[in-house]
Design a protein around this ligand. Structure first.
Ligand code: HEM
Length: 522
């Protein structure tokens, strides 16, 4: 039924008047608080905020689109969570680094405790527990300490080449073995077997569930509907509760088994010469006060597991991006191989001593990190007190996301940003420029990735050894036709290319004797 004219008139009058009253009231309250305005951002809906406008699977794409309208510092609401999105390295440094006193906390993730992830200091709030965990980690992975892992990293990279030559089809599994064997050696002195290692399988299962739910955009569902964890098993929607239980069980297994076996070795006095993170710290613990031991032991166990989890997916994902780039860019691969051959000849494999002579390989590494960032929004920080920046008010408790994706795709800094082009990191003399994506892909401030030195060395040793020994190209079908494909990526807090068809062959000079030499150095 159409309302009578006077009712319609009343509605037409009341609507603008109430809008005016609300706006005036809001301005009045703000003025009263003498508070400057929030950074610009899309208008939020009541209760929902901006969630309906965000691509929750790939939120960095939405945030990058918003940059064109709102700029480098954007304010948004994800349901009841206030958030700022930073779209430039300059603003990220100004806030997260220069004001790290305010910007080093982590937002509360409702998925963390139910899924068993409170062990990881990656997601811990800024405080004493985080500090102790990070200190233990740093002792092993800081620049000078991590140098001792380099010969092991080169050895593991060569083992990876053998696996790739023997069984090229399962390349992702070999990258995963490489990545886990480096970090498990460094942390527990454990050497996983090349295929089907039980500890690696547990780790894969932990990450498979965890990475999908450890984002503010996903965790918010559980924050709003906590009863989802209480539903009976038969009820529709109870899958979250079951997943959370499975995740917690897997995490317990992942943490307990290696730590228990390292502690047993210690008790049997079979770790004297070992320099892994756990062995070194268990020895240090012997000299500590009895009262401090339980806190120390828990922190060590947590910090060790954090290292393994943080290293595993990141390192192998970056190598996946490298492989993808090499399939699509044979010209880049040829140029890198020519550089390596000219420095090394064809009878030797590169080691870290050769790195400075191989700038094009390093340019590839930088472009791999920039081209398809594996952590496109880093890991969110949170403000621990309110702040004022560039005339804008940033409330206490705001989630802070540095949009690595937007920084890496900035057309002014990186012309034709979707194109894989390592040359953008070389000057006219073929020397590396000052622009290194490591300045932003590893995060910023007090929470900056503490594993970045070991990550860089692992990735370099893997990439340079692959370039020196393998030819990577599109796969061909039975008729010899190239199999073209459009790359797809996993989503969640971290992303990597889904498996794709490709051909991996030993380079022509890598004949059987050469492979035998590699095998003998295993
Ligand atoms: C290319 C590989 C890697 C990338 C791109 C990467 C990137 C990141 C980023 C963006 C953060 C968040 C920093 C922030 O909050 O501002 C982070 C944190 C962290 N990363 Fe990495 N990472 C990589 C490899 C590694 C490796 C190999 C390890 C372990 C050996 C590791 C251990 C950690 C830890 C423990 C944290 C948490 C730091 C904290 O909250 O205090 N990462 N990483």
């Amino acid at each position: 039924m159409v309302p009578p004219v006077d009712v319609r008139l009343a509605i037409l009058t009341v609507l603008p008047v109430s809008f005016f009253v609300i706006t005036a009231l809001k301005k009045f309250i703000e003025k009263k608080q003498n508070r400057p305005s929030l950074p610009p951002g899309p208008p939020p809906l009541p209760l929902l905020g901006n969630i309906l406008n965000i691509n929750t699977k790939e939120p960095w794409l939405t945030y990058t689109e918003w940059r064109a309208v709102y700029g480098d510092l954007i304010f948004a609401r994800i349901l009841d969570q206030e958030a700022i999105i930073i779209n430039s390295q300059h603003v990220a440094e100004a806030l997260m680094d220069k004001r790290s006193r305010i910007y080093s906390d982590r937002p509360y993730l409702a998925t963390l405790a139910p899924y068993g992830w409170t062990f990881s200091f990656v997601f811990m709030g800024y405080g004493d527990e985080w500090r102790l965990n990070r200190r233990l980690f740093h002792q092993t992975f800081r620049p000078d300490s991590s140098l001792k892992f380099r010969p092991m990293q080169i050895r593991r990279a060569r083992e990876m080449i053998l696996n790739l030559i023997d069984d090229p089809e399962h390349y992702h599994s070999h990258f995963a073995t490489f990545s886990s064997s480096v970090v498990m050696s460094a942390v527990y002195d454990y050497q996983p077997s090349a295929r089907g290692d039980p500890r690696v399988r547990v780790l894969e299962n932990v990450l498979d569930l965890g990475l999908r739910v450890m984002t503010p955009e996903r965790a918010v569902i559980l924050k709003i509907f906590p009863f989802l964890l209480k539903l009976p098993d038969w009820c529709w929607g109870s899958s979250m509760k079951c997943d959370a239980q499975v995740s917690t069980n897997r995490i317990n297994e992942m943490m307990d088994v290696p730590f228990r076996s390292a502690s047993q070795d210690m008790a049997e006095n079979s770790l004297p010469g070992q320099s892994s993170m756990v062995a070194e710290n268990l020895r240090r613990m012997e000299k500590r006060d009895e009262a401090f031991k339980p806190t120390f032991e828990t922190a060590l166990k947590n910090s060790a597991a954090t290292a393994v989890v943080a290293a595993y997916e990141t390192t192998s994902s970056v190598i996946m991006v490298f492989l993808l780039a090499m399939v699509f860019h044979p010209d880049v691969q040829k140029r890198a191989q020519a550089e390596i051959d000219s420095v090394m000849g064809k009878d030797q494999l590169p080691t870290f001593e050769d790195r400075a002579s191989l700038p094009y390989v390093d340019a590839i590494l930088r472009e791999v990190l920039r081209w398809e960032p594996i952590l496109p929004l880093g890991v969110a920080h949170r403000t621990s007190s309110e702040d004022l920046y560039d005339g804008y008010f940033i409330p206490k408790g705001t989630a802070v996301m540095s949009n690595t994706w937007a920084i890496a795709r900035d057309e002014k800094r990186y012309p034709d940003p979707c194109h894989f082009m390592p040359e953008r990191f070389l000057d006219i003399n073929g020397k590396l420029t000052d622009d290194d994506p490591a300045q932003y892909v590893f995060g910023l401030g007090r929470r900056i990735c503490p594993g970045r030195y070991v990550a860089d060395a692992s990735i370099w040793s893997g990439v340079v050894t692959m370039l020196a020994t393998l030819d990577i190209s599109f796969a061909k079908d039975d008729q010899g036709k190239v199999i073209k494909f459009t790359p797809k990526f996993t989503t969640g807090i971290a992303r990597r290319p889904d498996n794709f068809p490709c051909r991996i062959l030993a380079r022509s000079h890598v004949h059987s004797e050469f492979v035998d030499v590699l095998r003998s150095t295993e």
